[in-house]
Design a protein around this ligand. Sequence first.
Ligand code: HEM
Ligand SMILES: *[C@@H]1O[C@H](CO)[C@@H](O)[C@H](O)[C@H]1NC(C)=O
Ligand SMILES: *[C@@H]1O[C@H](CO)[C@@H](O)[C@H](O)[C@H]1NC(C)=O
Ligand SMILES: *[C@@H]1O[C@H](CO)[C@@H](O)[C@H](O)[C@H]1NC(C)=O
Ligand SMILES: *[C@@H]1O[C@H](CO)[C@@H](O)[C@H](O)[C@H]1NC(C)=O
Length: 509
Amino acid sequence: MAQVLLAHLYEQASPQSLALILLLFLIAVHLAMPRSRAEKLLSKLPSPPFKLPIMGHLHLIGSLPHRSLCDLARNHGPDVMLLRLGTVPTLVVSSPRAAKAVLRTHDHHFASRPHSAVANILFNGSTDVAFAPYGDYWRQTRKVVTTHLLTSRKVRSNRAAREQEVRLVLARVRAAAAARMAVDLSEVFSFFANDIVCQAVVGRFPREEGRNKLFREMLETNAKLLGGFNLDDYFPSLARLNLVSAKAVKHKKRWDDLLDDLIDKHASKTANDEEEEDFIDVLLSVQQEYNLTRENIKAILMDMFEAGTDTTYIALDYAMAELMRKPQAMTKLQAEVRRCAAKGKEMVTEEDLSSMSYLKAVMKESMRLHAPGPLLIPHFSTADCDVEGYTIPSGTRVVLNVWAMGRDPTCWENAEDFMPERFLEEGMDAASDFQGNDFRFLPFGSGRRICPAINFTTATFEIILANLIYHFNWELPPGSTGINMTESFGMDVHRKENLLLMPCLAQDV
Ligand code: HEM
Ligand SMILES: *[C@@H]1O[C@H](CO)[C@@H](O)[C@H](O)[C@H]1NC(C)=O
Ligand SMILES: *[C@@H]1O[C@H](CO)[C@@H](O)[C@H](O)[C@H]1NC(C)=O
Ligand SMILES: *[C@@H]1O[C@H](CO)[C@@H](O)[C@H](O)[C@H]1NC(C)=O
Ligand SMILES: *[C@@H]1O[C@H](CO)[C@@H](O)[C@H](O)[C@H]1NC(C)=O
């Protein structure tokens, strides 16, 4: 009813008067709302003052939400606090103890996702994995992903493709080293991550047809649409009027064209192809078994691109940036890589990696300080549960600030320092990993919604970093004063400035 009324007004009024009417309307709705039972429960939670009508606490969220939320939590609710973001009450979880209550004790009641207008459009009613509400459909698609696409067998069998991509990167960096030019490692990592995922998902198709660049563009638009603190999500009654939705519809059509074409080509591929099966082949082969429509398949494929590319590139970019800022760590890593891999190899291979414990510690430490998704993907409760002495009503949106947990000075020694040693065998956090068992350290989440690609990511991360460190010594470009760690927030958090570094071919390996 309200939406019909608004849509009607929208057609008649000028933008200014529309805004005014809208505001009055929302205030009226706000005041007329009876206090529900859920509302009474929520009002018991700690919550910052300075709440505005309509906006709620939205004005307190700056351009780097993980940092704003961390500051707010430290002052108003170190374990849990309630924020009113527009019309949506949002539970912000900032301590490992509260995270454990949400992601382990009551995981089954917090495993859903809030409704998102944009995800609904892009993923055909959120029939992907990441945005699907908790239930049978999600269970099925998640199973497809974990038992057919991202299994350890699949990760192993993808090895040749990974090595091929590493070779391409090495050739490019070698050329820069020979010409004494800086390379833009942010760009190199971004292309690399994109190519790795493209290769796994659609096989040899994209590069041959120059599609990788297109994929990258498409993903950038996805990230813009889904990204950050989307007004649609906080004022759901406005969603139909919002331009974002219109853009999403247009963008979805482009995805349809691209993916329909790829799926058609795969469906008509001859069976005697001896190539490794890619994700599209696999999805087509289990389509009947899992009752997947073509729309479902496209949604799952988009998910893989969306979830897998930017996150991976950001993790690599931060690791390299931190290593450049901490020369002792770089030297230590270099020594390890050059000791574990034999002299004079064309490339470090996956066998060499298993003994590189410092490399693994570098990955952990970098993800601790710079989780590419610092707030995970929002969760949504489907039953009343008790967390830290408060009853959280069913239907509450939940944001977990894993960035804040990773830097919590009460549970990490020298929390802000980049110290991979803490994760080594003799270090203070030796037993800690990011598989979702240490609630201080959740860059991939935990519980039912944990990232299904941890091992895929680890394999990708280690092989490229080890090779770049084995073959080259790295320096800042002449005239550079250091690495700018300024962050930028969108769908995920990355460094704003690209990472320009000088490679020098290492002589002694
Ligand atoms: C550095 C790399 C990556 C990081 C840091 C990362 C992190 C995450 C996080 C934080 C979540 C949400 C967990 C939650 O809501 O509690 C997630 C979900 C997901 N990730 Fe990843 N991810 C990475 C790479 C990948 C890759 C390479 C893929 C696929 C090829 C992938 C596929 C997914 C999927 C499908 C989900 C949704 C799971 C669900 O909702 O059930 N991720 N990831
Ligand atoms: C999903 O796709 C089908 C087939 O193209 C379409 O009829 C339907 O409206 C779509 N649903 C949503 C929610 O986008
Ligand atoms: C990922 O790797 C770890 C350690 O190597 C292993 O214990 C785990 O079973 C693997 N997970 C999957 C889903 O393959
Ligand atoms: C697929 O759909 C059929 C009929 O609609 C149903 O009998 C079957 O149980 C479904 N299978 C799965 C795995 O959902
Ligand atoms: C770092 O980058 C940001 C954003 O691009 C810029 O505003 C800032 O001045 C830079 N800081 C330094 C020290 O160069």
